[in-house]
Design a protein. Sequence first.
Lengths: 345, 182
Amino acid sequence: MTTEARPDVVPAPFAAPSTDESGWKRRHLLDLDDFSVEELDLVMRTTDTMKEVLSREIPRVPALRGTTVVTLFYENSTRTRTSFELAGKVLGADVINIAASSSSVSKGESLVDTVKTLQAVGADVLIMRHNRSGGPYLAARTAQCSVVNAGDGLHAHPTQALLDLYTMRGALGDVRGRKVVIVGDLLHSRVARSNAWALTAMGADVVLCAPPTLAPARLGEALEDRLPPVRVETNLDRAIVDADVVMALRMQHERMQGGYVPGAREYSRLYQVNTERLARANPGALVMHPGPMNEGVEISHDVAHGLQSRVEEQVTNGVAVRMAVLWLITRTGTKQARAAAKGAL
Amino acid sequence: MSNVIMSRDDIRRAVTRIAHEIVENNRGAQDLVLIGMRTRGVPLASRIARAIHEFEAEEIPVGTLDVGLYRDDLTERGPSVSIQPSDLPEIAGKRVVLVDDVLYTGRTVRAALDALIDYGRPGRIQLAVLVDRGHRELPIRADFVGKNIPTSHADDVQVRFEEIDDEDSVRVAAAEEAGVSR
């Protein structure tokens, strides 16, 4: 990032930094259902800064030095856990990874006790993935430390939605008025739910698409209470017309065996994002997928790796977004803030 | 009531003098890089670069530096969440002049030195400020100073630049008006 601003040209944005008029007060990140546009904007702007840090030869800053970040995963995950770990390390935090299967959890320790133990040994931020919806909420209620939801059951996956929003804004500028089609297993998708909140808050036209057996009957209504409604479609060929973004969700093997759909071949015949279907979307529409992909099922190989695919960029942006989240939630109520308040730094 | 310590013309003269001192001190303008520290170091750096350009016919690369990720003094302005990307030209082996509006405790400059060194190894780092108000908490001094202003901890020094604030001035507000507790 080397821009040689000429002396006769006024360089860089002179705008005074928008000093916290977003009123950021969050200590936890549990979902995006109550995020304001200003808060989402602040996360996006902070992510820009983190991207700059990641572009350096040695991406390492001391912003979270002395902060301990613990990842506690009750479910398997590679990319989410790794990108949180990397995000913490780039910011100078100490990162400890705990897989529930190899901890006292497997000996029957309760969630609340595990959280208390981790806190007692000095965790400042707890990154948690739980197979039950609401797990991180329970942790946040008992914990003194910050809690970040890294995916809970069928409920929410806020950092995924933030990185998706960041990726879309990077390519489209603004998502307001853009048509975003999310297709796949909506019934079991925390990614779709968190995305719906963030995207509708930012004014996107969100269309959710799934086979009738995997489309929650009242998904549109449930969101309508507080936000512009999302539309639910069961026909992808119709839903995809004029889309600016097409996001395919992972079709899990156990769902295909669980009687929700007749089988992988039937599903892909009607719901696979492939070249033929993509041609019905707007030219240059972005193709996204939260990963890991089942190529040949919910997305065809050529589309997954084609020119319109942003899948790799999503992964790269994931680290920057999670850095932004770690930075923002540690501005209040954590070790640094408490120490600073005492003048101990 | 806040007192105007430097007027528009005072600031213009100080910038011109600093520009000359920088060139004199570095025996020319080659390999010079000016780095403005956000927020008000940025317009100051480009003004100094423009002034140098007028008498040296050299175009000095100007960068901007945000030290938010390097600070240790969160109390100074409250725990700020706002950070912006830095944008630096090549600094390895260069004569870097850090530019800020006010030098006070020295902690921001300390953070800036850490940040700069993360970007590369400058041949030399110097510091230029418009106002030195004293009260250093670290062994840091400025190489180029527009004006030394004796202050008490409770005073508030307000630098305004046209590019940001629609006027050029330096004011000192005494404690009670400033409404700040330092």
